[in-house]
Every structure is written in C-alpha cells, then in structure tokens.
Ligand binder design. Sequence first.
Ligand SMILES: [Zn+2]
Length: 312
Amino acid sequence: MPELLEQDLHPTFSALYSAQQITRAKAVDFIFSPPPNFLLQSQISFAENHIDSGVKAIYTDGSKTDEGTGSAYCILENYGIIASWQGKLDRSNLVFQAEILAIRMAIAAASSLHRPTKIWTDSLSSLMAILNPKSHHSVVREIQTLLLSHKHIHLRWLKAHVGYLGNECADQLAKEAITKGDPFLLTKPLSYLKAKIKSAALSIWQDNWDNGETGRSTHDIVPRVSNKTVGWNREEIMFVTGHGPFPSYLLRFNLRTHDNCSCGEKGDPIHYATKCPFTLSWHFQTPTVSLKLQWLKNILKNSTSTPNAFHM
Ligand SMILES: [Zn+2]
C-alpha cells in the first residue's frame, strides 16, 4: 500500500482539522482528504457523482489473475469507444502497478487532446498514492509531474462494478490485456524482489549446509535450513552438536590428549546418554542403527517431560 494511507490515518494528521470537522465528516471523506495545501488536490476527486455524459472521459483499469496482469484505458465519446490501449504486464506485477500504469498512459493520451479531460479510476489506492507528495514510486512521481503541468486533466474516482459503461469497458479491456495486450516491461514490485532474494539466499545456505563438513550430527536432525530457531535448550544443543564438556570435543581443541571417557570408551554425547557406567541412572535405551535418527528426534521432543541424561 502507498505510504499515504498510514500517514493520513495517523491521529497527528488531524491537526489540520478541527475536532468538530472530524466528527462531522464522514469517515471516507476524512481519510481521503489530501493536505489542504497540496497542489494536486484540485485535480483529484473522490466524490462519487459520476454521470456518463458526453464530456471527454478516459476510463482506466488494472486486472490480475493467475495467468498474469493487465492494464488498460479506453476513451469514450458519446457513449462509444474512440480509442483504447492495452498493456500486458508480467505475472509478478501487482494490480496496483497495473492501475497506476493505466492512469499514466491515460494522462499521456489526455495531454495530447488539449481540452479538459476527466480520467476515471476505481482504484482508491492509486489516487491516494498520487496525492502523496512523498511517494517514491517512479510512475506515481511521473503522474504527479504531468498533472502539475497539465491543469486541464482531472483524476476522478468511481465505484467499480455498478454498471458505469466506461468502467465496465476498461475492466473488460484490462482482463483481455492479460493475454492480448502489448507486452509492457515494468519494474518488479519490491515485495517480489525481496521474496526472490530471500529464496535465493536460503537456497545457497541450504547448499552449503548439505555439502559442508562440520555440524554433520546436527544436519542429520535438522536437514533443512530455516530462519526459525529449533528451540533447543543448552543441554539439547550440546547433545546434538557434541559441543560441550565431552572428551571427544575437548580433544579437537587440544584440551585433552585423547577422547576416552574414564570408563575406557570414546567419550562422546551418545556414550554418556546410553552406555557409560558412570551415568547409568540417566541412560536412554540404546537405539538400533537404523532407528537412530528417529530416536534422536524423539528424545529431543520429549526431553522436557522425562527425566534423562539432559538433567545430569
Ligand atoms: Zn564412559
């Protein structure tokens, strides 16, 4: 959503209006009223008093389905279409981008008409973005600049799907544009790029995790990388990773000369958890080789509810 929404809904915005005005104003009027000093406010209206008249009017619309995204406008005169444009966008493009693009193309068409023209849209979010003086959206910025230099062009909101001829035509053209429109290259939305980057980063991480040489005992239990924590406590982490006060671990860092437990066997976590006579009363039952992974997962799941080697 454009930044304007949050900004305009914020209570501090009400400083521009008296408390009485706010109480009296209908919610929709208040929310969508631009700052009184913003230059474009005289050219943009949300008032719903649409009449399909003979006045030059351009209707815009955007559409998005599983197949793709389409953008279109049509120019109506005396209830007939005299010109139209259809743009086929990428599947990743948002319906908001399609709506904004249709308005941008309609303004280009209107600017060459050199006569008062109304451009109609059913997209409130588009008009609100255009009214936002701080918008960073490049097409929105273009629209703002064009409107400021073409005072005869007005943007108007109308309600969708209530039978306005022009709106129905634009809606139909935008739907058609998904498959039949001229391909139009628009930058991908930020949300799409962020998702792509995240997925690529996870994929590289997964590859490193699968093909790494360290942390193999942890890899057995947690083979898929994720940004979510596994939720293990300190003892569970030591048990799974083998990073703890075990002879096997201390040897790796030359803190011991051998990895034997005092009982003579190799002193790694599984030894203390299942075999070592010094930790007998805390033992788990030794798993069979084929079931070892499931066994590890089960004891990690149940470690908080049953007394066991973690509580040594
Ligand atoms: Zn031992």
